[in-house]
Write a protein that binds this ligand. Structure first.
Ligand SMILES: Cc1cc2nc3c(=O)[nH]c(=O)nc-3n(C[C@H](O)[C@H](O)[C@H](O)COP(=O)(O)OP(=O)(O)OC[C@H]3O[C@@H](n4cnc5c(N)ncnc54)[C@H](O)[C@@H]3O)c2cc1C
Length: 325
């Protein structure tokens, strides 16, 4: 059965979370929690309860949880660090699987990592080993799996440029080591976005030898740049919109004077116009309504349709833009 992820009602309406959790513990050996607030697990700090929430501490548990959900037709959502997600206030129907499989290995100029390895850790491990290429990972507050999914990139680098292959769990339950050329990479895009039933279990990066001190200097530069240009101390999900061809979404939003525009607890960052920050304990609805206001202003005043870079996740079926603030 194909996986169902993301928004929308499904067979979960009648989900018997407690019974399923007991079954999961018996068969997969992983404890699942009913009603876990997703706001605790997203960098935007919004999101209602997941019907069930379980953590995969290694690749074995990750496979087991996904296969368990698939075999029973339970919708599931893989969660890295929640750094690209705005999860609805209604929460997530089905099972959220937090990926905390975090083994990594260096062999020559190759760095292999489980899907749950934080990209910032990958960047510093590679630096210490005198391997260059992963420096941009310092700017990505997500996991290796999330970076492959999004073809995350920053500071002139991206995942596609240094990835050798990704180990995927395919829709039919088999596993395959898929070379970069077959992952359908584009600007912030991979084939995983089109095939939610394919999951990243791990990745292998091909890096180049360089002086460790020089790489450390580059990491310092990235740290400094981010502190100066991004609202790092405040909850956000990074860039809200994709850059339209030949332009920058932040520049367009800034040119309309939208920095500081607020709905409830969500505000367009004064530091970076393509960031929405949740600086007053806002809701997912606040964030989404502000997203739609900014999008409409750019459409109406500049004639440009901005596409989302963040992902709206969970059950948005009851949401309307007219909700009371
Ligand atoms: C302050 C800040 C700065 C940011 N800067 C950048 C930047 O410079 N460049 C950039 O590209 N992004 C940036 N981001 C966005 C974000 O960090 C990236 O998109 C990141 O790759 C998301 O990884 P994650 O593990 O947090 O994924 P999540 O947000 O947890 O999940 C995102 C999607 O990936 C899927 N997913 C997660 N793990 C897997 C897996 N193992 N297999 C298959 N699918 C999976 C999820 O199901 C979900 O659909 C920034 C975010 C923040 C908060």
């Amino acid at each position: 059965m194909p996986a169902v992820t993301g928004p929308g009602p499904g067979p979960v309406a009648a989900l018997d979370a407690v019974r399923i959790a007991a079954d999961l513990a018996r068969r997969v050996g992983v404890r699942a929690t009913p009603g876990e607030p997703m706001a605790k697990h997203t960098t935007m700090r919004v999101g209602g309860p997941a019907d069930l929430f379980a953590t995969a501490h290694n690749a074995f548990e990750l496979r087991g949880l996904v296969r368990f959900a698939r075999a029973r037709g339970i919708p599931y959502l893989l969660l890295g660090r929640g750094s690209d997600l705005v999860v609805s206030d209604a929460g997530v129907r089905g099972l959220v699987i937090a990926v905390r499989a975090e083994a990594s290995r260096l062999e020559g100029d190759r760095y292999t990592a489980d899907a749950g390895v934080p990209m910032a850790r990958a960047a510093t491990e590679a630096q210490k080993a005198g391997l260059s290429g992963l420096e941009y990972g310092l700017a990505i507050p997500g996991t290796v799996g999330g970076a492959v999914w999004a073809n995350a990139g920053a500071h002139g680098g991206d995942t596609a440029a240094i990835l050798e292959s990704a180990t995927l769990l395919l829709a039919d339950g088999s596993e395959a080591v898929v070379p970069t050329s077959e992952l359908g990479f584009g600007y912030r895009h991979s084939r995983l976005k089109d095939n939610p039933s394919e999951l990243v279990l791990g990745a292998a990066f091909r890096l180049v030898r360089a002086d460790a001190a020089t790489i450390a200097g580059r990491l310092d530069e990235i740290r400094r740049w981010r502190r100066e240009h991004q609202p790092l101390g405040l909850p956000s999900a990074g860039s809200v919109f994709r850059n339209p061809p030949g332009d920058s979404a932040g520049r367009l939003i800034d040119s309309l004077g939208l920095k500081g525009r607020r709905i409830g607890g969500a505000v367009v960052s004064e530091k970076h116009a393509n960031f929405i920050v949740n600086d007053r304990q806002g809701t997912a609805s606040d964030v989404r309504r502000l997203v739609e206001v900014v999008r409409a202003e750019v459409r109406d005043r500049l004639g440009i349709e901005l596409a989302l870079e963040i992902e709206l996740a969970g059950d948005w079926s009851a949401w309307t833009p007219e909700e009371a603030a």
